[in-house]
Design a binder for this molecule. Structure first.
Ligand code: KG4
Ligand code: ZN
Length: 420
């Protein structure tokens, strides 16, 4: 059975994130803050038969980030205390990833094995296959991460793992691996929230400043989050139906594009200046919520009608029209939230944060408003374990650890996580 995001969301046994990877995106647009301007990390790559292994931490950019965050701070206490090395695991959907993150900010290793090639032929993530692949790959990722970080297991301070939300079978593989390691090494376990991870991925390249507003856009989530302070999350808006990445993937499928479709629509959208006219779902005047299923249906209707008339509409026009509608609504609501909450930064996060149309419109709007836009480098937009190591550090700071009998939580909320 192939899971699409909407099905996952309604089924607690399978609910969660999904969608996948963009290997083709270029550097971020201009006009945004340091994190976005940083060149994407190239990293060493290797391939095995089934999975594509992506490494991001041994490259120049992680070193840049390290440099930026340690040098010039003048904080001698920081330098004296022993660094906290969190080994982090992410298996919530179809990426198997292990990272080692120091003090929540320095990425010593971040290896990602994507299953996208396997799920592509089914047009979506197949949960059973995803879990099995995680089981096969997790130990290899672990060894690779330790090697890349030049770290031995006895230097690990804590083990972090994505506890949810996500596909339950996929989450379980990471959770079992993390519990085993924490027990064997006799170090704390830190169950971590996937969306907090997406947001704190940004802190691997640039300190976050509060209050901020985070726009989280991925295959399973579309959320506007007000963060009055570090580690405080207030969801002010979310999708009432499809997640934005899910809508991208469905429209892409209707256009005959491969899965995951987001990057393909993004690429096509750059090829024309003549967008198909499509509606915008603003919802109620004051609402920060989103809805994308009407837009998706509008696209499907246009495609069906033109087909019935024997006409052809250039796919680039459809892609451009769809992308403009999505980005207009996301940007308008994000900018309104930033004003209302007196935010110091607008932080973009999640797989769809790789979208060039979205980056461009947000950069323009933020430049006009004198607002700092923080955008993660492309390889930290999609699922990876370094972001989990960064978010887990919030819990380390509070010395708030997770019992070894913890369970994977496919429908975990941010509030639940922080109040644990
Ligand atoms: O964050 P992510 O890796 O996984 C989830 O947690 O969902 O996001 C994957 C989603 C997919 O729906 C994919 O189509 C979308 O992100 N995506 C994009 C782009 N790159 C990835 N959507 C639009 N434009 C892109 N450039
Ligand atoms: Zn994700």
């Amino acid at each position: 059975m192939v899971m699409h995001k909407d099905e996952r969301a309604s089924d607690p046994l399978t609910a969660g994130a999904g969608g996948k990877r963009d290997h083709q995106q270029s550097a971020a647009v201009g006009g945004v803050s340091h994190a976005a301007e940083r060149k994407p990390t190239a990293g060493a790559s290797s391939n095995d038969a089934d999975s594509q292994l992506k490494s991001t931490a041994d490259s120049g950019s992680s070193n840049d980030a390290q440099h930026q965050l340690t040098s010039g701070s003048g904080n001698t206490r920081e330098h004296q205390k022993k660094p906290v090395r969190i080994l982090a695991i992410e298996t919530s959907c179809d990426e198997t990833s292990v990272a080692i993150v120091e003090d929540g900010r320095r990425m010593l290793a971040n290896v990602v094995s994507s299953q996208v090639d396997i799920h592509e032929k089914y047009g979506g993530v197949v949960p059973e296959i995803a879990s099995r692949k995680h089981v096969e790959t997790i130990t290899v990722m672990l060894e690779e991460a330790l090697q890349q970080a030049d770290t031995s297991l006895d230097e690990i301070s804590a083990v972090a793992v994505t506890q949810g939300p996500g596909l339950v079978g996929s989450l379980l593989v990471g959770v079992v691996a993390a519990k085993t390691l924490a027990l064997a090494l006799d170090v704390p376990l830190i169950g971590t929230h996937h969306i907090a991870g997406h947001i704190y991925a940004n802190e691997l390249v640039q300190p976050l400043e509060y209050p901020l507003v985070a726009l989280v856009v991925s295959g399973g989530h579309t959320e506007l989050i007000h963060m009055p302070a570090r580690g405080e999350f207030r969801i002010i808006g979310q999708t009432r139906d499809d997640a934005v990445g899910e809508a991208y993937d469905k429209v892409a499928r209707a256009l005959g594009l491969p899965y995951p479709g987001g990057p393909h629509i993004d690429r096509l959208a750059q090829m024309t200046d003549d967008p198909l006219e499509l509606p915008r779902a603003w919802l109620e005047q004051d609402s920060y919520d989103f809805s994308f299923s009407g837009l998706k249906s509008a696209v499907l209707n246009v495609l069906n009608q033109t087909k019935m008339r024997g006409e052809v509409i250039p796919p680039a026009r459809v892609a451009r029209g769809f992308q403009e509608s999505v980005c207009d609504v996301l940007a308008e609501k994000a900018m309104r939230a930033v004003q209302e909450f007196g935010a110091r930064q607008l932080v973009l996060a999640g797989g769809v944060a790789a979208n060039r149309g979205l980056r461009t419109v947000l950069a323009e709007r933020c430049a006009q408003a004198g607002m700092q836009l923080v955008v993660p480098p492309i390889e930290l937009c999609t699922d990876n374990a370094a972001m989990i190591g960064a978010a887990a550090y919030l819990k380390w700071e509070r010395q708030s650890f997770t019992p070894l009998d913890m369970k994977a939580k496919p429908l975990f909320t941010l509030e639940e996580w922080m109040n644990e």
